[in-house]
Ligand binder design. Structure first.
Ligand SMILES: C[S@@+](CC[C@H](N)C(=O)[O-])C[C@H]1O[C@@H](n2cnc3c(N)ncnc32)[C@H](O)[C@@H]1O
Length: 263
């Protein structure tokens, strides 16, 4: 399954998986990009709306739009955020006019675009000259603990298949500085980079594990593809690698952020 397809999933499963980090990451990305009233903002690949909601709170719903190709996620975003215009559309073909926004953002999306160069080009097209285009991606190969430990455990259980799906390997932009190349290639000026570190809380390992067998996100799709025995082995290896049990715990996650100015 193409990785973007794994987000045609119930929003609730996404919320309990990677979405748990979304609101904190959104606040950090908004601060990094310098989003302030009275700006008008677009959230590309908005999903169920973690960043869209944070933007609407800061700028007012009428000044925020979202777009995502996943219908279940767009439905969730629309019902959670009345007054925000949300389109079913990929980043590569945004249904918005040239220079319509002061800022275009995307959170954890660029790696899932079919054509990221076209997607960033579209974000620049719909942003006014002097406006900001900003984004972030997980540090899949390093300090995104939830996913790094998942793929390390998966590689213990099914070395070849997991190596071919490991997001720390297959994601094109997941090392420090890499997004800068994409932003400069899109013709954006004053390109700047940062690391955003956020945390999420879990009631127990079961709380962390429960969304994965639904198949949400590439990690969930891999989990769902295993037979019962291998899935149980993955669960054990994952829990051991995280070093957690029945009690509550927190995990940290690092994302690489980039921002540039439209000439
Ligand atoms: C990891 S989720 C991030 C969702 C949301 N931005 C957040 O922070 O919670 C990746 C999102 O990218 C969306 N996506 C997949 N392909 C896309 C594309 N070509 N253009 C824009 N978004 C895309 C998925 O539907 C999904 O909502």
């Amino acid at each position: 399954m193409a990785s973007a397809e794994t987000f045609r999933a119930p929003a609730d499963a996404y919320d309990r998986h990677v979405g748990r980090y979304g609101p904190q990451l959104a606040s950090a990305l908004i601060a990094f990009a310098g989003v302030e009233p009275p700006m008008r903002a677009l959230d590309v690949g908005c999903g169920p709306g973690a960043l869209t909601g944070a933007l609407a709170e800061r700028l007012g719903p009428a000044n925020v739009c979202g777009a995502d190709p996943s219908e279940p996620f767009v439905d969730a975003c629309r019902s959670r955020l009345p007054g925000v215009e949300v389109a079913v559309a990929p980043g590569e073909s945004l249904p918005f006019a040239d220079r319509d926004f002061d800022v275009a953002l995307s959170q954890l999306v660029v790696n899932f675009m079919r054509d990221p160069e076209a997607g960033v080009g579209e974000m620049a097209r719909v942003t006014r000259p002097g406006g900001v285009v900003a984004s972030c991606v997980w540090d899949y190969a390093g300090e995104m603990t939830l996913l790094r430990a998942f793929w390390d455990a998966a590689r213990e259980i099914e070395p070849e298949r997991a190596a071919a799906a490991d997001e720390g390997v297959v994601m094109r932009w997941c090392a420090e500085g890499e997004l800068g190349e994409l932003w400069r290639a899109a013709g954006l000026d004053d390109v700047r980079l940062d690391a955003l570190v956020v945390r999420a809380s879990y009631a127990s390992f079961e709380d962390l594990w429960s969304p994965l067998p639904t198949g949400v996100a590439p990690s969930g799709a891999f989990c769902k593809s295993l037979d019962t025995e291998r899935r149980a082995a993955l669960r054990d290896a994952y829990r051991r690698r995280l070093g957690v049990g029945d009690g509550s715990f927190e995990l940290a996650a690092r994302a690489w952020a980039v921002a540039g100015t439209v000439p």
